[in-house]
Design a protein around this ligand. Sequence first.
Ligand code: ATP
Length: 234
Amino acid sequence: MLEISSLNVAYGRVQVLFDVSISVGQGELVTVIGANGAGKTTLLLTVSGVLRSIGGEITFDGDRIDRLRPHEIVGMGLGHVPQGKELFPAMTVLENLEMGAHLVKEQDEYQHRLARAFDFFPRLSERARQRAGTLSGGEQQMLAIARALMGNPRLLLLDEPSAGLAPIIVDQLAEIILDMNEQGLTVLLVEQNAFLALEIAKKAYVMESGLVVESGDTAVVRKSDLVRRAYLGI
Ligand code: ATP
């Protein structure tokens, strides 16, 4: 579904991604793990068209997307939950969700998507009229994911959803990500939290300093010396 081939990305003269190749099949839950500054956020921003690559190719369902604008890429069915969540804090939960579906004109379709978002995140339904800025960190992360779901994506890019959350909330989030994937949503999850990512993903890539240094089935990657030493501390 998503093919990233030999991707090179730079900020000005400083190159930060080097020949990165990543493949996400339909229905898969794939993770990219790596330390702070490895290039994970840059990778997702390039896939969703916010950053332009200096080399390589990205295809989505066989179509080149690496020269398209972000709104065109969203329109093709690719949702992005950014690291900073980028909610509208003064707006209510419901209004934030409406923003995720602003292209939907039909009331029935809008209501259907809203009901589905509330099914995954019942807490948001209880807090529908509360301002987003007053939610807990975990609830804000859930709202950011639910807002992306309102765009009805086929592929969801998740940028470190566990960042700053308590372990119990991370566990709940992991359950929901798995649930969304089991219901057919393809997911590319980037994480510093290797325990979480390697627990729920089927396929994993490890990035260091802008390079993919390890990849394969999660069960195999988890056993590699590099991952055990640098990411799992065992
Ligand atoms: P984090 O977990 O901290 O988000 P990351 O793996 O997502 O890390 P990136 O944020 O993609 O890594 O950063 C990759 C490299 O690009 C780092 O060396 C970072 O300093 C650099 N970088 C990121 N954003 C910019 C920018 N706007 N301008 C210049 N350099 C940047």
